[in-house]
Write a protein that binds this ligand. Structure first.
Ligand code: EPZ
Length: 429
């Protein structure tokens, strides 16, 4: 088991390269099941969620070949099963995309309920409603989702709530359905558009991705393709916040600035300077942070996956800031960890009130989930003294080579091996 050790106080300066988008990759990999062919995927991030998804496909018979660290070829011709067991699906939320992809390939899917970050209840009723509107019967039995259809028929699908996962799953099931599917109140995140572009490269007919109405004309077959995944909006935003929080000056490269507009705007509101270039942004942190209010919303609003990271700046901003979590029921678990570092935060349901304090101080904290872990790193970077972060396996799920990237920017951060009993290997005595 490992933990992170951070000696705080260093400014981040220099350049960092952003990897491919995790939430696009974990949708595109299962989408390859929709063709009995070979797909070549480039700019794929080297993170554990992606490795886990590749292993699931391999367990189903697919052949996954690494061309290099960021390029894979997936041959789904040999896939011979529509069943995905619990031991494969429990590690990541996105495993439920296999339902839509397997329905599209076999008109049948039997997938164990997914795992993923714990933000309170994470229902899948909108996914099931979508599958049923396309003509499938879907039910949860013995912890597995069973979905079956004689054939899938295009339909109007109105999403009661904006849902990234349900929008993606309905798209996957609809691309080979008979006739037209119209998804209304669809999610508009960059990874929705990326998946639609990938499916269209496979021969699908999807229009309107990135708006709240997506039209899908079913086609009979899809074929393999070569596709490069977009840069990760949330990884980029995380480094933007880290640069600002440490009063640093960092050029974040290989980004799509339009995807970062809400994050740039919030950082500028707090006093940072953000300069946009074609495929990079430069972030310079202020000496003192202004307070601000934050409300997370579906895209193009401020991303919920950036809420913990941005909140670290508010712990030391001048004055009182309000954070309102507009997507998840319980995404403030990380507050207890920040409080251990001296933050002054009151949580009441989906609202948190931050009273700025002069500084955070280092101590031992844990990563409760992926983005909470990222927030703990940023807190450790700005805290006085040493911060140790446990449960960093969550962070490894979504940030490629983050220790190396941060060290290259001047952070004093390293991994430390610890045994199950808490002792450290090759420790003296
Ligand atoms: C995706 O989760 C992301 N995960 C999450 O990122 C992200 O926080 C979330 O979208 C919102 O942007 C992946 O892409 C793998 P939702 P997802 O369906 O699809 C409710 C990260 O850090 N809802 O958009 O599970 C739900 O409870 C992760 O990378 C229903 O009510 O999120 C929530 O309140 C963490 N019924 C809201 O909709 C449903 O059937 C949005 O959830 C589905 C969702």
């Amino acid at each position: 088991m490992e933990k992170l050790v951070i000696h705080g106080g260093n400014r981040l300066t220099g350049e960092v390269e952003i990897s491919g988008a995790k939430n696009a990759a974990v949708a595109i990999i299962p989408a390859t099941l929709l063709a009995q062919d070979v797909c070549r995927i480039e700019n794929i991030p080297n993170i554990s969620d992606v490795i886990c998804m590749e292993r699931i496909l391999t367990s189903m018979g697919a052949v996954v070949r690494y061309i290099n660290k960021h390029t894979i070829e997936i041959d789904t011709k040999p896939v011979n099963s529509y069943i995905v067991p619990h031991e494969m699906t429990k590690k990541l939320r996105a495993s439920y995309y296999l339902i839509g992809a397997l329905l599209g390939r076999y008109n049948r899917a039997k997938v164990s309920l997914p795992g993923g970050c714990d933000f309170g209840v994470r229902p899948i009723d909108l996914h099931i409603k979508g599958f049923e509107l396309l003509g499938a019967t879907a039910a949860v039995e013995n912890g597995m989702i069973h979905a079956y259809a004689e054939h899938l028929t295009g339909s109007a699908v109105y999403m009661d709530k904006v849902s990234v996962g349900a929008t993606i799953n309905v798209m996957l099931a609809a691309v080979k359905a008979r006739g037209l599917t119209i998804i209304e109140n669809a999610a508009k995140e960059p990874h929705i558009v990326d998946l639609a572009n990938f499916l269209n490269a496979m021969g699908a007919d999807i229009r309107g991705a990135g708006t709240d109405v997506i039209k899908i004309h079913g086609v009979s077959t899809l074929h393999g393709c070569t596709y490069s995944i977009i840069p990760d909006q949330i990884e980029a935003g995380t480094y933007m916040v880290a640069a600002a929080a440490t009063h640093g000056d960092v050029l974040i490269k290989n980004v799509i600035p339009k995807h970062l507009e809400s994050i740039s705007a919030k950082l500028i509101e707090c006093g940072a300077t953000v300069t946009e270039y074609d495929d990079s942004v430069r972030v310079q942190g202020p000496r003192v942070f202004r307070r601000c209010n934050l409300k997370t919303m579906p895209h193009p609003g401020f991303p919920t996956d950036m809420q913990p990271q941005m909140s670290v700046i508010l712990t030391v901003a001048n004055g009182t800031s309000l954070v309102s979590e507009g997507v998840w029921d319980n995404r403030f678990r990380y507050v207890a960890q920040l409080t251990r570092m001296g933050a002054n935060i009151q949580v009441d349901g989906k609202i948190a009130v931050f009273q700025g304090v002069p500084e955070l101080t280092g101590t031992t904290v844990r990563a409760d989930d992926l983005r909470a872990g990222a927030a703990m790193i940023i807190a450790g970077l700005i805290a006085r003294g040493t911060t140790e972060i446990e449960s960093i396996i969550f962070i490894d799920r979504g940030y490629e080579d983050y220790v190396e990237k941060l060290r290259d920017l001047g952070a004093d951060i390293y991994r430390k091996e610890i045994r199950e009993d808490g002792t450290q290997p090759n420790a003296a005595g």
